[in-house]
Design a protein. Structure first.
Length: 126
């Protein structure tokens, strides 16, 4: 029998954990980019640099999680987690796509062209 592994990164010896950690890292970076782009959009395009509006948007980002917490906790405890994640992933992507599409239609054309001269409508999100 081999001695137990020691060290800070001993969990990275497991292949499945490395795969999960890489996926979590990419997901968290994507979420950070989406929230930063949303706050930037509110600050520069939808308001005239109104900090209160940005603060309101940042506070409202946590609303759905707080309101749905009892039901999501129940679902996680009583249903198959794999099926829940498989159902959630396409809905999450659709929500992000809808947000991306609707943000480009509300921008003023003259301000949009001055910020993005190549006319790529969503380059600041990706």
């Amino acid at each position: 029998m081999s001695p137990p592994a020691t060290g800070v990164f001993r969990s990275l010896r497991n292949v499945n954990y490395r795969i999960w950690a890489a996926g979590a890292l990419v997901s968290n970076v994507g979420t950070w980019m989406q929230r930063t782009a949303q706050d930037w959009l509110v600050l520069t395009q939808l308001t005239r640099h109104n900090a209160a509006a940005v603060g309101t948007v940042m506070a409202l980002q946590f609303g759905p999680q707080l309101l749905l917490l009892p039901w999501t906790g129940f679902a996680a405890d009583h249903y198959n987690q794999r099926k829940l994640l498989m159902a959630h992933a396409p809905l999450d992507k659709r929500e992000k796509g809808d947000m991306c599409g609707s943000s480009g239609t509300r921008l003023k054309k003259d301000r949009f062209n001055s910020v993005f001269p190549k006319k790529l409508p969503f380059q600041f999100i990706f």
